[in-house]
Ligand binder design. Structure first.
Ligand SMILES: [Fe+2]
Length: 460
């Protein structure tokens, strides 16, 4: 597709107080990023306007050479900072997930060796230390780059970008080798490993040829999907406004009773009581069905709460995939999902209404945000544009709904375990069958015991 001008975007890290890296440093640094976008656009426009029949081609100096070389400096300055700002704002800690697996396999000394390597590379580089994934062989390598256009290699996909130019740390740590070392430690304290793993996931998908299909000619309206979605467009959070009463839960009357679970199950009660005291809205949080919740609509489900107010609550079940491929059930949504994606059953309310939950690079394209960067695609979206500004998306048919105070009542009854900080990889889990246990395992403590309970407590 033809080149289009770059537009700087906003990053969650810019709204946070990072550990050790000041807001002033981040704000000034962001201005450099904006400058790279401006100069990239300027260079590219000039390169399009040259009269190549007449222009001089000279390797010592020529306008063509000067602009073409600086174009790569500006463009890679933009790209590197996209990754740099994008993966700041996290909780730090050691590498995790698939990225950690690859490092363990790559370095004979494991994670510790990699960490020492990247620290020393950060000292040896004049501009960047870039951890890249090689599309040819699937290996990981720490690149030393003196400027953003020196010396990366072809088919390297940046996974982690450590900016070691003085502008990144001189104000906060001093322009000395020791200051740089302290900054590198601060960088890792603020790193979002989930973001790093998303970069890696995309790179591995590209290597495997499993990238998203992006069809320029498929800018179909999102309402042209299955069933009655035109009446209930893929923007579930607005359904309640358009159709008063839609929040009423259509599932069977609450059940429960039966024997109490083992003592380990009852232990979560105090934590749940704490949650009830300290939270007003559960929006953006997870509801994990208690093992004693027998309603077949929700047994062993994990629900992402997408709205919660005094008017009621809405959510989508994250771990009930259907057998229906999106490309067959809702072909108009093909550009925004993986080719093998399935429609997920979001809940028993309006089971033919379709919603698209996505992780956005640019939240301006979302109808309503659920977490910082995860929200619902707007019904009127151009799907090709959405495909560009989202990192991943999931299609749901139906949703879960609760009337006023109904969810609070169910929580009083201990039907649900609440997790306040779901991880994006859980919301878009590739392994929904294991999600219920995986979330409880991750929550730790007595929830681990709950996670290992068989489906029927009587079998325990
Ligand atoms: Fe920078």
């Amino acid at each position: 597709m033809p080149w289009d001008e770059l537009t700087p975007r906003q990053f969650p890290a810019m709204e946070k107080d990072l550990k050790g890296i000041s807001r002033k440093t981040m704000e000034d640094h962001y201005k450099l990023y904006e400058g790279y976008a401006k100069k990239t656009n300027e260079c590219r426009r000039i390169l399009k306007e040259f009269d190549y029949a007449e222009i001089e081609g000279n390797q010592v100096y020529s306008p063509l050479r000067a602009v073409a070389v600086d174009y790569t400096f500006a463009l890679l300055g933009f790209k590197n900072h996209e990754l740099y700002f994008g993966h700041l704002g996290g909780e730090g800690g050691d590498p995790s997930g698939r990225f950690a697996e690859l490092l363990e396999a790559e370095y004979p000394g494991g994670l510790e060796m990699w960490q020492q390597s990247v620290r020393k590379s950060a000292s040896a580089a004049r501009g960047w230390c870039m951890v890249g994934y090689d599309l040819n062989d699937g290996s990981i390598f720490n690149y030393i780059m003196d400027t953003q256009n020196l010396w990366a290699v072809y088919n390297m996909v940046p996974i982690l970008a450590l900016d070691v130019y003085e502008h990144a740390y001189a104000r906060d740590f001093g322009a000395t080798p020791d200051g740089r070392g302290e900054y590198v430690e601060a960088f890792f304290r603020n790193l979002d490993w989930d973001h790093v793993n998303r970069q890696l996931e995309q790179a591995e998908a590209a290597k495997a040829g499993r990238g998203r299909r992006r069809h320029r000619g498929l800018a179909a309206a999102a309402g042209r999907v299955v069933g009655d979605s035109a009446r209930n467009p893929p923007s579930a959070p607005t359904v309640a406004e358009e159709e008063p009463g839609a929040l009423s839960c259509s599932r069977p009357a609450p059940r429960r009773g039966g024997p109490a679970g083992p003592s380990s199950v009852r232990h979560w009660a105090s934590r749940m009581a704490h949650n009830r005291r300290t939270m007003e809205s559960l929006k953006g949080q997870l509801l994990i069905a208690a093992p004693t919740l027998e309603d077949p609509n929700f047994a062993r489900t994990v629900v992402l709460v997408t709205e919660h107010s005094h008017e009621g609550a809405m959510g989508v079940v994250l771990n009930r995939p259907s057998q229906a491929p999106v490309i067959e059930a809702a072909p108009a949504l093909e550009p925004v999902v993986d080719v093998d994606a399935l429609v997920h059953l979001g809940g028993p309310v309006q089971p033919t209404a379709v919603t698209v939950l996505a992780e956005f690079d640019d939240v301006a394209h979302a109808a309503l945000m659920v977490t910082e960067d995860i929200g619902f695609m707007a019904a009127e979206s151009d799907l090709d544009e959405v495909a560009v500004v989202t990192r991943r998306a999931r299609v749901f048919a139906g949703y879960a709904g609760w009337g006023p105070a109904q969810l609070d009542t169910e929580r009083e009854r201990e039907d649900w375990i609440v997790d306040e900080r779901p991880r994006p990889d859980e919301i878009f889990t590739p392994d929904p069958e294991e999600l219920w246990s995986a979330v409880l395992e991750r929550m730790g403590g007595q929830f681990r015991l709950v996670a290992r309970m068989p489906p029927d407590p009587s079998l325990n």
